[in-house]
Write a protein that binds this ligand. Structure first.
Ligand SMILES: NC(=O)c1ccc[n+]([C@@H]2O[C@H](COP(=O)([O-])OP(=O)(O)OC[C@H]3O[C@@H](n4cnc5c(N)ncnc54)[C@H](OP(=O)(O)O)[C@@H]3O)[C@@H](O)[C@H]2O)c1
Length: 252
């Protein structure tokens, strides 16, 4: 129950899905938690559920100005940060013929650029022996035809985890990633596609997954707990796949 006792944690994209499940688990394990998101209703619901002690921050993951003010708020609230979980992103389908420059820039900014600069701007606030965790995606290895820019941005994160893992371990800071397969989150269920197409995708995944199901956000949160806690002090620059085995048999 106390695996994160006294630790301070910032979870970007902590108002829904994997991030919210992680916030719940980290609080139960004794952490002090801050979460970010954009949608005011989801931010208010998270505040209500996670309690007054939890800091909720409205912040756009791809905006350097908003990353700056997010870090200022975190410094004012916690003093220093022990765990930085960079999880905010959404997987919007973007077929290659239809991708506009604006869409391309938005996906790269949220999924890659924002993560790099969040780490850079967090450095003055991070404690000795801090843990940085980044959410990637199995599309960064398997490929996925309608998620090419998203998958490429997540692949860039895979490389970043290795380079920054090496760059920061000398300061005692560990950088690792969680690589989820299909997880039954609000975000997955909000994909901007017709409902029948969403159901067909889920059925297809369940049929081909060695585990015959999608994962739950709580199953990913438990891996985040491992990487956040002192149980993983010798894990550096790694990406842990949490996908029920589906990347072994590949995605559509
Ligand atoms: N679910 C899956 O199958 C799956 C698979 C592989 C990887 N992932 C990755 O897992 C992470 C979490 O996804 P999820 O499925 O848990 O999604 P989710 O339920 O939609 O939660 C996403 C969270 O990120 C926030 N967010 C999204 N875009 C943002 C932005 N541009 N700026 C700030 N906050 C933003 C959302 O806040 P708002 O709602 O307020 O925007 C929300 O709190 C993402 O990095 C995603 O790429 C998910």
């Amino acid at each position: 129950m106390d695996r994160l006792k006294g630790k301070t944690v910032l979870i970007t994209g902590g108002t829904s899905g994997i991030g919210l499940a992680t916030a719940r688990l980290f609080l139960a394990e004794g952490a002090r938690v801050a979460v970010t998101g954009r949608d005011p209703e989801r931010l208010a619901a998270a505040q209500k559920e996670l309690g007054e002690e939890t800091l909720t921050i409205r912040s756009e993951a791809g905006s350097l100005a908003e990353i700056d003010s997010m870090m200022t708020r975190v410094k004012e609230h916690f003093g220093q940060l022990d765990v930085l979980f960079l999880n905010a992103a959404s997987g919007t389908p973007a077929p290659v013929d239809l991708v506009t420059e604006d869409q391309f820039d938005e996906i790269v900014q949220t999924c890659f650029k924002g993560v790099f600069f969040s780490i850079q701007k967090a450095l003055p606030v991070l404690s000795k022996n801090a843990s940085i965790i980044i959410t990637t995606s199995i599309t960064n290895r398997t490929g996925s035809p309608n998620f090419s820019v998203y998958g490429a941005s997540k692949a860039a994160l895979r490389s970043l985890v290795q380079s920054l893992g090496l760059a920061l371990i000398g300061r005692g800071i560990r950088v690792n990633a969680i690589n989820p397969g299909p997880i039954d989150t609000e975000g997955f269920n909000r994909l901007p596609i017709p409902q029948e197409m969403l159901l067909a995708i889920k059925n297809d995944i369940e049929g081909r997954s060695p585990s015959k199901r999608l994962g739950t956000p709580e199953e990913v949160a438990k891996v985040a707990l491992f990487l956040a806690s002192d149980d993983s002090t010798f894990v550096v620059g790694e990406e842990i796949v949490v996908d029920g085995g589906i990347s072994l048999v590949c995605l559509p």
